[in-house]
Design a protein around this ligand. Sequence first.
Ligand code: ATP
Ligand code: MG
Length: 139
Amino acid sequence: MTGNRTLTIIKPDAFESGKAGQILALLEQEGFRILAARVLHLSRAQAEEFYAVHRERPFYGSLVQFMTSGRCMPLVLERDAAVATLRRVIGATDPAEAAEGTVRRLHAESKERNAIHASDSDENAEREARFFFAEADIG
Ligand code: ATP
Ligand code: MG
């Protein structure tokens, strides 16, 4: 991993309703290159660990429930300024506050069921990529 890579997850709301293709097309149009991809159904333990930073938040239980409600699609993406650019492209956490043309404005159902995750720092991008992928998967 370098500063030009980030980790995204197409969340179960978007993946299970067949929006992965449209979302990947938007990300590619924004200049991201797909370095690694998986489709998996997170276990409760995996979802709890991935979102452990939010353990004390009131929405934690519901978030874990949602993230385990169906398959999701983690990907490692590459472009310059990957972390900051992807955060801009996905939009605000709540789709009602997300800018026009962002993934969440276009595809999210609600503040919780918000279509996509993106790492919020280079350090977290590295950690989150390691959560889903081996070094050899990323290349
Ligand atoms: P993500 O980390 O998934 O990219 P984010 O950084 O925009 O999203 P966080 O504050 O890290 O937002 O929250 C993680 C996820 O928890 C959100 O994407 C959303 O699915 C859920 N979430 C956050 N705040 C709320 C809330 N107030 N009510 C319900 N769900 C929430
Ligand atoms: Mg976050």
